[in-house]
Design a protein around this ligand. Structure first.
Ligand code: HEM
Length: 233
C-alpha cells in the first residue's frame, strides 16, 4: 500500500475525496435526512450542546483541519515548487494538534463506552433503516465515540509521522520514503473521516447543524437521540 501511495499520491488523494462524497450522495438519495423538528424553535425549545469554549475550539479545529488538508493536498499537486507551504503546514499542524488534543481531552468522559452503547453499535445507530427507532445514547452516541477515539489516534499518527519525516530528505525522492507516505495516508484517512462526520452532522441530522451557529440544538433532537444525556443547566 505504501509503495502504491508513493507512486500514485494524487490518485489516492482524489479517490479519498471523491469516493466518500459519492458514497454520501448515494446514502442521501437512498435514506434521506433524519429530521426531528424544524418547526417552532424558540428560546425555550433549545438546549446548549457546546459551551462557549467548546464552540470556539470546534470552529478552530474545523478551520485548522481544512487549511491543513488544503495545504497538504497542494504539496502533493505542486511538489516542492511552493517552498513556504511545507513549513506553514507544519507549524499550523502543531498548533492544530494542541488545540485538538485539549478539546478532545475535555470530552474524554463523554467518550467512554458504556453498556448502553452496544445496541446502538449493533444496529449501526439505525442509519441503515428507513424508519429509525431512537436508540439510547448519552451526550455522544456510540458512533461519535468511535469517531472520537479513531480521530485521536489518527491525529497522534499525523504528528509522530511528521516529526520523523522531518528528519529525512525533502527532495521528491525523499518524499516517497515510508513516513512521508504514512503521513499522507493518515491525512487521507482523516479527510475521509471528516467528510463522513460533516455529512452526518450537516445533512443526515440537520437538527445538529445549528450547533455551529451558537452551540445550541433543539431539545426535541437531544430528547430523541441523546435520551440519557443530562443537559447541563
Ligand atoms: C497533526 C497535525 C499535522 C502536522 C504536525 C503536520 C506536519 C507536516 C509536515 C511537517 C509536513 C512536511 C512539510 C515540509 O516540510 O515540506 C507535512 C506534509 C504533509 N501533510 Fe501534514 N501535518 C499535520 C496534519 C495534516 C493533515 C490533517 C493533513 C491532511 C488532511 C496533512 C497532509 C499532509 C500532506 C498530504 C503532506 C505532503 C506529503 C507529501 O509530500 O507526500 N497533514 N505535514
Amino acid at each position: 500500500m505504501i509503495e502504491f501511495y508513493a507512486s500514485h499520491k494524487l490518485l489516492v488523494w482524489i479517490a479519498s475525496i471523491s469516493l466518500p462524497i459519492a458514497g454520501c450522495l448515494l446514502y442521501y438519495i437512498t435514506f434521506g435526512p433524519h429530521t426531528v423538528s424544524d418547526k417552532g424553535i424558540g428560546p425555550g425549545t433549545l438546549v446548549r450542546r457546546f459551551g462557549i469554549r467548546e464552540w470556539i475550539s470546534h470552529w478552530l479545529m474545523l478551520l485548522g483541519f481544512l487549511t491543513l488538508a488544503a495545504t497538504g493536498f497542494m504539496q502533493i499537486v505542486l511538489g516542492t515548487t511552493l517552498g513556504h507551504l511545507g513549513p506553514f503546514h507544519g507549524m499550523l499542524g502543531v498548533i492544530f494538534f494542541l488545540i485538538a488534543l485539549i478539546t478532545l481531552l475535555g470530552w474524554v468522559r463523554d467518550a467512554l463506552f458504556k453498556q448502553y452503547d452496544w445496541p446502538w453499535l449493533l444496529k449501526l445507530g439505525g442509519y441503515l433503516s428507513h424508519d429509525p427507532k431512537p436508540l439510547a445514547a448519552g451526550r455522544f452516541n456510540a458512533g461519535q465515540k468511535v469517531y472520537y477515539w479513531s480521530i485521536l489516534l489518527v491525529l497522534i499518527g499525523l504528528l509522530v509521522s511528521s516529526i520523523i519525516m522531518e528528519q529525512g530528505s525533502h527532495s521528491p525522492a525523499g518524499r516517497k520514503e515510508l513516513f512521508w507516505c504514512i503521513h499522507g495516508l493518515l491525512g487521507c484517512v482523516a479527510t475521509i473521516m471528516v467528510i463522513g462526520h460533516g455529512f452526518l452532522s450537516l445533512f443526515v441530522n440537520p437538527d445538529t447543524a445549528r450547533v455551529l451557529r451558537d452551540g445550541r440544538v433543539s431539545k426535541a433532537y437531544t430528547d430523541k437521540h441523546h435520551s440519557l444525556w443530562r443537559v447541563p443547566r
